[in-house]
Design a binder for this molecule. Structure first.
Ligand SMILES: Nc1ncnc2c1ncn2[C@@H]1O[C@H](COP(=O)(O)OP(=O)(O)O)[C@@H](O)[C@H]1O
Ligand SMILES: [Mg+2]
Length: 371
């Protein structure tokens, strides 16, 4: 209904009436794609919803953030790839008994590919070679089985955190030869994703179709919400204003709707008052405070960053030279905290962070007023 806390699929998945079909067309045409949008905007949900819902897809899903080095990442790719052919836990099996693993591989006619993997493991080749091999295994298994594999690399920009920068060139040169693998790259740090995929000099230039994922459509969200509340005979006309305030932010909207839904049922309310809706909004903002505080704490560790954030949030000018300001904005973009909307024009990516920064400005004004 109003799913929160993890990517949503199936009945919990709302809207995206434009994006889902577009995504599906590219996938069905084996066109690799890249989807960029801020954190918690529903990228993972969109992709998993389509790939899981329609049982016809064979997909491999890797969230790069879960791995602290390229070797464990490669091992997960290998495990999932061999898993397509019914070889479970390739890596663990290879550590236990190579002999019985080879027997299993033989039973599914993958002994040649498997032996190569085992050889590479034995030689302890460097991590990049191992990773590239893992990518190739996906293609080889797909070819052997005569299937197309959708290979989702979530939070792709974080690959630069687990290994050296030239991974991108090497990655591209391997991936571009793959015929039976369609790549789906997802990323929350839009400025880095743009650099990787849209800069003419970048290795991934023109490799993937780029898709922007906007917030949820308020009309469609409201329609869905109305249906859910109608089943409980709850009238929600004035709720729309609050959804508009949340600007279609998928995560915050869902958290808010869940609060409103649960509380109206507990309190047996059939007509939602503005006060009730407002209280629930405050509660939603409050339950995200720890996360927002974390963002602020991170900004505070770097010089001028907090001041620049406050200035952007309140549309005021910061008294620093333009070169420094340019560098700081670039850095804030790479932290995913601000977003460029036009030349020289930035907004705060997160609406709750925006609110917190407006509050900071008020505090500053108070202090200055008292001085
Ligand atoms: N299409 C959708 N329908 C309903 N809720 C959604 C949808 N997309 C995102 N959400 C909400 O947003 C949250 C974050 O979504 P997620 O897919 O994890 O975002 P991302 O991968 O961009 O960080 C989900 O837990 C869910 O509450
Ligand atoms: Mg995600």
């Amino acid at each position: 209904m109003f799913g929160i806390g993890k990517p949503v699929t199936g009945d919990d998945f709302i809207d995206r009436k434009k994006h889902l079909p577009m995504f599906k067309i590219h996938i069905d045409q084996q066109q690799s794609i890249m989807i960029k949008a801020p954190r918690r905007f529903g990228k993972t949900s969109l992709v998993k919803h389509l790939l899981e819902e329609k049982k016809k897809y064979n997909f491999l899903y890797i969230d790069i953030r879960r791995f602290s080095n390229l070797t464990t990442l490669s091992e997960e790719i290998l495990n999932q790839a061999y898993g397509f052919s019914g070889v479970d836990n390739f890596i663990q099996a290879s550590k236990k008994s190579v002999f019985s693993l080879l027997k299993t591989l033989k039973s599914v006619s993958l002994e040649d590919i498997g032996e190569l993997t085992l050889e590479i493991q034995e030689q302890q080749t460097d991590e990049i070679e191992y990773f590239l091999h893992a990518l190739d295994v996906v293609e080889k298994i797909a070819l052997k089985k005569g299937i197309i594999v959708q290979f989702v690399l979530d939070e792709f920009q974080d690959i630069l955190k687990v290994t050296s920068k030239n991974i991108l060139e090497k990655c591209r040169s391997v991936m571009q030869h793959h015929k039976n693998v369609t790549y789906v790259f997802l990323g929350s740090i839009e400025s880095i994703m743009t650099k990787i995929f849209e800069n003419k000099s970048s290795p991934f230039f023109h490799f993937a179709q780029i898709i922007d994922l906007p917030p949820l459509d308020i009309e469609e969200l409201f329609e869905y919400t109305q249906k859910v509340f109608q089943e409980q005979s709850i009238e929600i006309n004035n709720l729309k204003f609050f959804l508009e305030f949340l600007k279609g932010h998928p995560d915050y909207s869902m958290q808010y709707l869940k609060n409103v839904y649960v509380n109206s049922i507990i309190e047996k309310i059939k007509k939602l008052s503005d006060q009730f809706l407002f209280d629930n909004l405050l509660a939603t903002i409050d339950s995200n405070k720890a996360y927002i505080d974390e963002l602020i704490a991170k900004a505070k560790t770097k010089k001028h960053h907090m001041d620049q954030l406050i200035a952007i949030a309140n549309e005021t000018l910061l008294d620093i030279d333009s070169r420094t300001s340019y560098i700081i904005k670039g850095s804030l973009e790479e932290m995913g905290l601000i977003k460029k909307v036009a030349t020289g024009k930035y907004i705060i990516s997160d609406i709750f962070l925006q609110l917190a920064l407006q509050k900071e400005q008020l505090k500053l004004e108070q202090i200055r007023g008292n001085a």
